[in-house]
Design a protein around this ligand. Structure first.
Ligand SMILES: *Cc1c(COP(=O)(O)O)cnc(C)c1O
Length: 429
């Protein structure tokens, strides 16, 4: 495939945008080469500026769970925009999407909308600190919760890919309040809680990790965290920015039957427009301004176009009783197909999958935390990535990312993908 126009556009972008991109993972640094520039997308496919077609497994990093340019979402945004694009006043649609979200997700009474997953997680932690009157937080190595200061301590995906887990600009003062635990290791968490008695406000995690590849929680891990939080009077925050409205209507809370105290959303909840949200039961949410003392605000929060896209998306997911079954079945088909090929080619690999999140690690043993995720063969991944790209399959340009399956993918698309895996991997050897 030729990427002439993309290369030219990237050179031009580099002159006026740092690294040519507005979010680092887009830059292909982890895999080498120059990023391709998207021109349009429809259903399962994204088209670049050179008019190449790719079967898309990034789907805008999750939001396009029903495929690109999904008609009900696009129509909702067009219609809404004719009525004015922002008011800075409350609007009826904010209540409408809030009511729907609260009805779909277990264990939440109120929800506050923001503009990104980063804002959602940052605000959730502030709320937890205000509510508990404690400063420290526990996060897990390899989990990503956006780019706010407290979280840039061994964060996953982009931050890890660039080898700058502790970004300059994050002060020691901030870093000392973030305690780092090993994913899937309850004893480690318990030891941190014992060593910091009455000082911890919350434990925040991705209930299924998706920013070090896909890593499922071990049996009993989430329940164990719930028990530890109850025992130590610490709030449990599920960062469901990736898993929310993806693994089930009610996200990971519903799938695993575990209640968190605060839940963060992003990605799918905005239907492809910039939306994040955080939610909890009344007791906690009423701590937020203007009802309570914890401040949080946003000029464009609850923006009508963003709410229109999000509402159209959630309605589709709520009304289609079969959508999550279809997503699971498609991802399972992809999993089996890839596993069969990789077995036959005798490559070291592990595939992790939960619902429509899946990742291939070029490593022979189980991948259960950040350390084991980092043992994957990165050179192999780089060659695999570029091979897939040249065969018309667009996966995330880093071994530390999950693939996002969309319902727009047909079984023919999945077969084409499995064939590409076979062709590309057999050429790697
Ligand atoms: C993407 C992501 C975020 C950050 O969301 P942004 O909208 O990029 O700020 C936070 N947490 C998780 C789990 C994510 O996957």
């Amino acid at each position: 495939m030729l990427y002439k126009r993309s290369s030219a556009l990237f050179n031009e972008a580099e002159q006026v945008i740092p690294g040519g991109v507005n979010s680092p993972v887009r830059a292909f640094k982890a895999v080498g080469g120059t990023p391709i520039f998207a021109k349009s997308a429809s259903g399962a496919y994204v088209y670049d500026e050179d008019d190449n077609r790719f079967i898309d497994y990034i789907n805008s990093w999750g939001p396009m769970i029903l495929g690109h340019a999904h008609k009900p979402v696009v129509d909702a945004v067009i219609e809404k925009s004719k009525l004015g694009t922002s008011f800075g006043m409350p609007t009826a649609i904010e209540t409408e999407i809030a009511e729907l979200a609260v009805s779909m997700v277990p264990n939440i009474d109120k929800i506050r909308f923001v503009n990104s997953g980063t804002e959602a997680c940052m605000s959730a932690v502030r709320l937890a600190r205000g509510f508990t009157n404690n400063d420290k937080i526990i996060k897990f190595a390899g989990c990503y919760h956006g780019h706010s200061d407290s979280f840039l301590i061994q964060a996953g995906s982009g931050a890890v890919t660039f080898g700058s887990p502790n970004s300059p600009g994050v002060t020691q003062g901030t870093a000392k309040d973030t305690l780092l635990a090993r994913y899937n290791d309850l004893e480690h968490v318990e030891a941190l809680l014992e060593a910091n008695k009455n000082e911890v406000a919350c434990i925040i995690l991705e209930p299924v990790a998706g920013n070090m590849g896909c890593i499922p929680p071990k049996e009993g891990f989430l329940q164990g965290l719930r028990n530890l939080c109850d025992k130590h009077k610490v709030l449990l925050i599920f960062d469901e920015v990736m898993t929310g409205f993806r693994l089930a209507k009610g996200g990971a809370q519903e799938l695993f039957g575990i209640n968190a105290d605060i839940v963060c959303f992003g990605k799918v909840i905005g239907g492809g427009l910039p939306v994040g949200a955080f939610a909890a039961r009344n007791e906690i949410m009423n701590y937020l301004a203007p009802l309570g003392p914890v401040y949080q605000a946003g000029t464009l929060s609850g923006n009508p176009l963003a709410m229109a896209a999000g509402l159209a998306m959630l309605k589709e997911l709520n009304e289609d009783q079969d959508v999550f079954n279809r997503l699971n079945a498609k991802t399972e088909y992809l999993h089996k197909g890839c596993a069969e090929v990789l077995d036959r080619l005798n490559v070291d690999y592990t595939i992790n999958r939960v619902g429509s999140m899946i990742s291939i690690h070029f490593y022979k043993d189980s991948v259960v935390d950040f350390e084991t995720a980092a043992l994957g063969n990165n050179d192999k991944f780089k060659a695999f990535f570029h091979g897939m790209l040249d065969n018309g399959i667009y996966i995330a340009p880093s071994a530390f990312e999950t693939w996002f399956v969309s319902d727009a993918l047909s079984y023919e698309d999945l077969d084409e993908t499995i064939k590409a895996v076979e062709k590309v991997v057999s050429q790697l050897k």
